[in-house]
Write a protein that binds this ligand. Structure first.
Ligand SMILES: *[C@@H]1O[C@H](CO)[C@@H](O)[C@H](O)[C@H]1NC(C)=O
Ligand SMILES: *[C@@H]1O[C@H](CO)[C@@H](O)[C@H](O)[C@H]1NC(C)=O
Length: 270
């Protein structure tokens, strides 16, 4: 009787914990599906893009970044998914190793970002400068710049006279543009109860002094707003980085546990 029980136990006992195995499988599967989504969004954005001005301003096309991140994620999560399902040590080791590499790269970027954070406003200033210069050439940049000015209630980078950087708004005498000395409508403060929207409210504003300009537009430059915003959102960025790294650490730990359990299982069979 006792002997039979022992035999049964030996037959069904496994070093491999099914909970860890299936958790790793579903977890990888979820991120695998997610990676396909990222690639799809990246390809869609790439196809939609007609001009290349945004790519020039961002240094690297954000759509390409999405595609690369998605493809890398696709292969890593695929290794985790199939590795856990088939109890394949090679795939699990590839999964664990790549995930560690991604985690360390992310950590390096975070550390660099932290040390260079005081240079962020300068970099942003360069970006806004380009966005102002190409405001009329690229609809995406125009929408982005309008969004920034409305959202942060600001105009230009240092102040509203920065709109002279743009050919159409340039305030130099003899500029034939009908918008000479104007600022875009997104600089305008909303007028309560206004029935007909005055899209020309920014016209001639660059010739006005601060007090006059305050009556129709946001007189503050976006640089001041940006510094405040970055400071208050640094905590959020940190939380986001942590949120990204937690699933990675979980994946590394779980795959390492599964690898050692599979190795125990193999040596017990031998
Ligand atoms: C706008 O900023 C420029 C550059 O910082 C400065 O020279 C100019 O006096 C400012 N104009 C106003 C109206 O604040
Ligand atoms: C405005 O245009 C003139 C003439 O093209 C140019 O010399 C000047 O630098 C421009 N202003 C700004 C602020 O870029």
């Amino acid at each position: 009787m006792d002997r039979k029980l022992n035999l049964n136990r030996a037959e069904t006992f496994s070093f491999i914990n099914p909970w860890i195995r299936y958790f790793l499988f579903f977890f990888s599967f979820l991120f695998w599906v997610f990676s396909l989504l990222i690639v799809a969004i990246g390809v869609y954005a790439k196809v939609q893009k007609a001009t290349d001005t945004v790519r020039d301003t961002f240094l690297v096309d954000p759509a390409v970044i999405l595609i690369v991140v998605g493809v890398v994620m696709f292969f890593i999560t695929f290794c985790g998914c199939i590795g856990a399902l088939r109890e394949n040590i090679h795939l699990l080791k590839t999964f664990s190793f790549s995930l560690t590499l991604v985690f360390l790269t992310q950590l390096a970027i975070a550390v660099l970002g932290f040390f260079y954070s005081d240079q962020t406003p300068d970099a942003l200033g360069k970006f806004v400068n380009k966005a102002i210069v190409h405001y009329r050439d690229d609809l995406d940049l125009q929408n982005l710049m309008d969004y920034i000015q409305r959202e942060f209630k600001c105009c230009g980078w240092n102040n509203y006279t920065d709109w002279s950087w743009n050919l159409y708004f340039n305030c130099t005498q003899g500029n034939p543009s009908s918008e000479r000395c104007a600022v875009p409508y997104s600089c305008c403060t909303p007028v309560p109860g206004e029935v007909v929207i005055n899209t020309m409210c920014g016209f001639g504003v660059q010739t006005q002094n601060y007090l006059e300009a305050t009556k129709s537009i946001y007189p503050v430059g976006c640089a001041d707003r940006a510094v405040l915003w970055i400071e208050s959102h640094l905590l959020l960025v940190g939380a986001l980085a942590l949120g990204l790294s937690l699933p990675q650490i979980a994946g590394i730990v779980l795959s390492q546990i599964l690898i050692s359990q599979i190795q125990d299982e193999i040596s017990s069979v031998l």
